[in-house]
Ligand binder design. Structure first.
Ligand code: NAD
Ligand code: UD1
Length: 343
């Protein structure tokens, strides 16, 4: 089959490209490179020995999305395109609502026009808000998001559900990711954050690389066994294979389905630091710091539904995630850029 991946040059998109191509599917990518670069797709082609049909353009631009769909016969879309920096979304909320909701609406309209009413959407565990109930199941009531980024996921879910409710030909699969980390085992593709990373794993990697002097562990007084926050980290290649299963499902069913993509295992920040040191035989400078505003004590998935319905289960361990993240970082200290852009 042939799939359109909006935002397919990004972190999760590029790994999903590899997984889909290796499974024998064709991939069309539409990306405006606002947070990625074409080099990621070149490396996807290097890993898989397959070609990707790459279009540079904005998913909010109806004429561009229609142009891609006029030229490419696709069976379903995976909608990764979106802005994802939580802090930035608080500073420039209108850009986040315009981009993330605009892209979702424009894509759906263009897909409907081309009679391709199948979409897999990148949602987030953030829609559960500060749920006191863990593990989180898909039928938990949605929570209050703590930032505009989270609300764009919440609202996009609503938009997609309403679309499938109004037109019974639609198949909508909402994937709620927990905390994606790691990289393809080749070390050729991985997460390439711009500026100072907010998320734990890229910060750990940059600290290990000496780019940052010290990791701050935000809070050691939470109501958890070691006092640090608990999250459900999932290897990006497991996440990628979840998209393959979700696409197969979307091509065979109609209506809306929601799946958590997580391991179901909680890991504390301290455990993550220890696992990283163990997996990579190094010492990570770290210290405890005050809590980060907006953080919740624990978040981890109940992934039983994805296993029962999609036949999907995460297989990588925390050590795998740490090893592969460091393999990518140590071989690409400046991400996809060369150290000296003049080189
Ligand atoms: P990413 O920033 O690496 O990838 C997103 C891609 O979308 C980038 O390549 C970017 O250039 C592109 N893009 C953004 N706006 C666009 C537009 N209007 N038109 C075309 N392309 C556009 O992020 P990621 O980590 O790969 O995340 C992919 C999706 O998953 C995002 O929607 C994100 O919100 C969601 N998500 C990510 C995480 C995470 O921790 N990485 C967690 C939950 C959900
Ligand atoms: C954050 C976002 C979430 C988004 C997700 C993407 C918030 C409140 N939530 O989730 O919306 O979907 O990223 O992956 O921003 N930590 C440290 N030191 C650091 C960085 C992080 O101790 O330098 C801790 C955090 O306090 C947290 C854990 O590590 O307890 C994970 O943090 P992070 O990777 O940012 O993910 P989330 O906060 O779960």
């Amino acid at each position: 089959m042939r799939f359109l991946l909006t935002g397919g040059a990004g972190y999760i998109g590029s790994h999903t490209c590899v997984c889909l191509l290796n499974a024998g599917h064709d991939v069309v990518v539409l990306d405006n490179f606002v947070n990625s670069c074409p080099e990621a797709i070149r490396r996807v082609e290097q890993i898989t020995g397959r070609k990707v049909a790459l279009y540079e353009g904005d998913c909010c631009d109806e004429s561009i999305v229609n142009h891609v769909l006029d030229r490419e016969q696709i069976d379903a879309a995976v909608h990764f395109a979106g802005l994802k920096a939580v802090g930035e979304s608080v500073s420039i909320p209108l850009n986040y609502y315009e981009n993330n909701l605009g892209a979702t609406i424009t894509l759906c309209k263009a897909l409907a026009k081309h009679h391709v009413k199948r979409i897999v959407f990148s949602s987030s565990a953030t829609v559960y808000g500060d749920s006191k109930i863990v593990p989180m199941r898909e039928d938990l009531p949605l929570g209050e998001c703590t930032n505009p980024y989270g609300w764009t996921k919440w609202m996009s879910e609503r938009i997609l559900r309403d679309t499938a409710y109004a037109d019974k030909d639609w198949s909508v699969v909402l994937l709620r990711y927990f905390n994606p980390v790691g990289a393809h085992e080749s070390g050729l593709i991985g997460e390439d954050p711009t500026g100072i990373p907010n998320n734990l794993m890229p910060f750990i990697c940059q600290t290990a690389a000496g780019v940052r002097p010290m990791l701050n562990i935000f809070g050691n007084d939470y109501d958890t066994p070691d006092g640090t926050c608990i999250r459900d980290y999932i290897h990006v290649m497991d996440l990628a294979s979840g998209h393959l299963k979700a696409l197969e499902y979307a091509c065979e069913h109609k209506g809306t389905e929601i799946f958590n993509l997580g391991t179901g295992e909680g890991c504390s920040v301290r455990q993550m630091v220890e696992a990283f040191e163990r997996a990579n035989h190094l010492t990570l400078p770290h210290q405890y710091a005050p809590r980060r505003p907006g953080d919740i004590a624990q978040s981890f998935a109940d992934p039983a539904k994805a296993q029962a319905v999609l036949g999907w289960q995460a297989t990588h361990t925390i050590e795998d995630m740490c090893r592969d993240a460091w393999n990518w970082q140590s071989h690409n200290p400046h991400g996809y850029r060369t150290e000296n852009p003049a080189e």
